[in-house]
Design a protein around this ligand. Sequence first.
Ligand SMILES: *Cc1c(COP(=O)(O)O)cnc(C)c1O
Length: 450
Amino acid sequence: MQYRAWFRSVDGSPGRWPLDEVIYRAPSGSLLEVEHDLDALRSRSAAAWMKLFDDRYLRTRWPYGSGVWGKKEWVQPHIADENVVSLLEGGTNLFWAERYGSQIGIPDLWIKQCGTSHTGSFKDLGMTVLVSSVKQMIADGQPIRAVACASTGDTSAALAAYGAAAGIPVVVLLPRAKVSAAQLVQPMANGAIVASLDTDFDGCMRVVQRLTEDPTIYLANSMNSLRVEGQKTISIELCQQFDWQVPDWVLVPGGNLGNVSAIAKGFEQMLDLGLIAKRPRLVCCQAKRANPLYRAYLRSREAGRPLAEEDFEPIQADKTLASAIQIGDPVSLPKAIAALGRFDGIVEQADEVELANAAAKADRTGMFNCPHTGVALACLEKLVGAGTIGKDDRVIVVSTAHGLKFTEFKTRYHQGQLPFEAPAANVPVELGHEPQAVVDALHRVLDGKM
Ligand SMILES: *Cc1c(COP(=O)(O)O)cnc(C)c1O
């Protein structure tokens, strides 16, 4: 069977473009999305797709052991296997947050650990698709010199790694002093051209759109909907991990708003092809200091109607501990608003104190959360407190990055260097070397804990 996919405009204006064309917007100015030939995909039954995906899951046959490429027919059917650039992305732990969930009153809470990945964030899921597409385009003779992105840190790390693995030059534009040390060193180590710009992410985004007006420099931001095709496998994979059952809620931190639309797209493809029969509700979680979508959501609620693009106004995002979502003018806004509409969506926000304490509290139960996951956890606690999320609901929080990429955030929390109370702070006990003195001191500490 010949599986096919193409770009179409998300605003419904006519036209179809091949996936190997260098195009990011429709002539109308609208964002594009990938549309699959569903009739072709329907030639295989839902049961047969589920079995195929389960048979491939985390196995060794190239490239199908990847959580993304195990669903290749649904993602990028036209790419030859030898042009796939995979670092075994996906297949991440779905962590049963038993202790944290019971502390906040929802025992059926699960954390999708998308940060347990080659470069430490979910961005790997999209970047494997984008860079594989570029490798295929170059193999087909297209004159592409480099791939470029603007980034709050994680996109550049993923692009640099996949570009280096493929031998394709990479340019990353980063807002100066607004990414963590671990995030900055990743593209440096992978040999990317790292440009540190005197602006914020939104400023970098404007520059990269100018840079990629040259068709030989390919744009790797999530407004390029090839990335969304990889990221949508988050939803497919988490249903698969529940033997193809659908959770009641999925919460995800949102910045540029590509991921929330990707998650919706994954569920919709499963609905279209009969693998699942219902939708979860989606919650987009924003940092209060970078909350343009939340503000739009409030405006729509006050007006008593569904969230719409006319409710939205870009803002200047303030500095937040959740630096990867410090975005005031999200590029994927129209897709995200549409997705939230179809999934009975909610937008919630968390301030700096709430996000830091939620991350630290959950860490005490065996996680190691990045600040963005902290935003999602804090929003979860609010929605449970308000009774919106019920105590018997099955809830998934999408953890977007590995906590080890944000050690400055954690160190400052535990050393009391953040400008607020840190109830879960924990510092080393400073001791000498004399064995009995150390033992006695540790007994005193343990007794104190009882
Ligand atoms: C990119 C990123 C986000 C936001 O994803 P969007 O698709 O831009 O909304 C959230 N968390 C982390 C850690 C990220 O790297």
